[in-house]
Design a protein around this ligand. Structure first.
Ligand code: ADP
Ligand code: UDP
Length: 236
């Protein structure tokens, strides 16, 4: 399948049309942004890590009953996926306090929750992705109750599968962001990406950060963290 016109350029990926109206090609860049786009940079090799890791995890999730947009990895940076209408919600699952949660509630990072939490943000750059509860989402027509129920169930399933998977690789899955989309028949599938850009990963023994927080917080060895996560997943 060949790329035709570029449909969209985002902060981390480009999306291209193909000859098949139901399929698009996503192309992963090395560009990194943080703090609502205020901090910009490049993480060498990130696009390759995120493309390959995301595809691997999406296939693992498919095997565990989570439908995804994944179709075929075309090369190190490009993947053929089912074109979806993205549900304008960022779905965040947390197992351990960190980031905006720790800040909002005035607690330290690293509190292990007895049960995972879920929250939604309205995916809207102009409004800076404000928190949104399910009633707000339904009121504004962002999703139906049936879609929200399905998205919640799938998001917790993703957490169950990935938490166990990463723990076997000596990594704590602290929190992560998912995006879901609708196929033409209305089926909800997992879309976008699952990578060190969208998850917090801590070494299970040392709690060393192995994700984009190294870039956000200027912790150094950013590329090293991405390649370490590649090693944990692929053994390379
Ligand atoms: P952003 O838009 O936040 O800058 P990216 O640079 O990752 O993010 O751009 C990728 C865009 O493609 C996102 O807006 C994402 O919602 C969208 N997207 C992800 N998967 C699909 C898909 N299967 N079909 C259509 N759009 C998708
Ligand atoms: N996240 C993301 N995209 C966003 C916001 C958050 O991928 O636009 C991920 C982030 O990498 C982390 C989780 O969602 O794994 C929770 O992020 P948080 O709300 O703590 O926000 P942050 O501290 O990143 O501002």
């Amino acid at each position: 399948m060949e790329k035709t016109v570029q449909l969209y350029e985002g902060k981390a990926k480009k999306v291209y049309a193909t000859d098949d109206e139901n399929l698009v090609i996503v192309s992963y860049k090395d560009d990194a942004t943080a703090f609502d786009g205020l901090k910009k940079g490049t993480i060498l090799g990130k696009g390759v890590v995120n493309n390959r890791m995301s595809n691997y995890l999406m296939q693992l999730l498919e095997k565990n009953g989570v439908p995804t947009h994944f179709v075929e990895e075309l090369n190190d940076r490009e993947t053929l996926v089912k074109k979806v209408k993205i549900v304008a919600l960022e779905v965040i699952i947390r197992n351990i306090s960190a980031g905006s949660f720790a800040k909002r509630f005035g607690v330290e990072e690293g509190i292990v929750f007895a049960e995972p939490t879920i929250e939604f943000s309205y995916k809207n750059d102009e409004l800076h992705d404000p928190l949104m509860n399910s009633y707000h989402a339904v009121a504004l027509g962002v999703a139906t109750w049936a879609e929200i129920d399905r998205i919640k169930a799938l998001a917790f399933k993703v957490n169950e599968v990935l938490k166990a998977y990463f723990l076997e690789r000596n990594v704590k899955l602290v929190d992560f962001k998912l995006e879901f989309g609708r196929l033409p028949d209305g089926t909800i599938v997992l879309a976008d990406e699952i990578s060190p850009d969208t998850c917090r990963f801590w070494d299970a023994v040392t709690n060393e950060k192995l994700d984009k927080d190294r870039f956000r917080r200027d912790l150094g060895n950013v590329e090293g963290a991405y390649s370490e996560m590649m090693r944990r997943v692929f053994g390379e």
